[in-house]
Design a protein around this ligand. Structure first.
Ligand SMILES: [Fe+2]
Length: 274
């Protein structure tokens, strides 16, 4: 993708989002939340792409995917006043309908239009379809990592502010009751991704966020999760049980295993993940 094409998409996005601006502060807060999220995911995407030495055209394409990955969120919030897909509709599918309906991607080569559309469609799936063509897989894995990194930022920020102003949009309105559900801690102890449908309270949400470590694709992303202290910030807010401590140890071991490069001459370099 050429820089001018990315610039045109950015201008399209600004015009598109402006339509959803509202005098109702409750609506405007939601629109602004996703606008700011989009901006940060674009920055994370550039950093991630640079870590992989993507060429300039692919970096631009990756940023376009980041720019548009949550385009469905604006209409979703304006229509349903929620970001909960289960209580409204799948925002990724809503997004690709909006892209198609507005012709936002119509000036692009068909291959790029297809890569963007598929990456947006797949960004919030529990698992990527398998197998995927190599470039579809690359851009889908990129956006999934960049998106998770910013959601972890938002989530840990909201934990820090929890007592002052809980963010209902982020904690899915789950009750802040003591304890956590056995199925989530079990998944975490097994090194598996947790399921949204299993969450019963806010602690379960924290366990689910931790389990994202097992669904990260690139070493750079894990290294950033580690460097920014997201795991510790979430673990600190959970009950101090033996299970939680064990889960924390397993998470830290997984991060170390996937981010630390072997010493020179050891014959292998850290993989890019799958
Ligand atoms: Fe999304």
């Amino acid at each position: 993708m050429q820089p001018a094409q990315l610039q045109a998409l950015k201008e399209w996005f600004i015009r598109y989002v402006r339509v959803f601006y509202s005098d109702d502060p409750a609506v405007q807060d939601g629109i602004h939340l996703k606008e700011a999220h989009t901006g940060r995911v674009c920055e994370e995407m550039r950093l991630l792409g640079n870590s992989l030495h993507l060429e300039a055209a692919d970096l631009n394409l990756a940023e376009a995917v980041a720019l548009l990955h949550d385009v469905g969120r604006f209409k979703q919030y304006a229509t349903y006043r929620t970001f909960n897909d289960r209580r409204s509709e799948n925002h990724a599918l809503l997004g690709i309908r909006e892209l198609a309906g507005t012709g936002a991607l119509s000036g692009l080569p068909a291959e790029e239009e297809n890569l963007i559309t598929k990456a947006v469609e797949y960004h919030n799936r529990r698992e990527l379809p398998h197998p995927l063509p190599e470039r579809q897989s690359l851009f889908a894995r990129l956006i999934r990592d960049a998106d998770k990194l910013d959601i972890l930022y938002l989530f840990t920020e909201s934990l820090a502010r929890e007592n002052q102003k809980p963010n209902r949009a982020l904690n899915s309105a789950l009750p802040n009751t003591p304890g956590y559900s056995p199925v989530l801690i079990h998944n975490l102890l097994q090194g598996r991704l947790c399921r949204y449908d299993d969450m019963k309270n806010y602690n379960d949400r924290k366990l689910l966020m931790l389990s994202w470590v097992y669904d990260i694709n690139f070493p750079w992303t894990l290294a950033e999760i580690n460097r920014r202290g997201y795991l510790e910030k979430i673990l600190d807010g959970l009950p101090a049980t033996g299970e939680i401590r064990q889960a924390g140890e397993r998470l830290r071991a997984a991060v170390t295993r996937k981010t630390v490069r072997p010493a020179p001459g050891a014959g292998m370099t850290a993989g890019t993940g799958s």
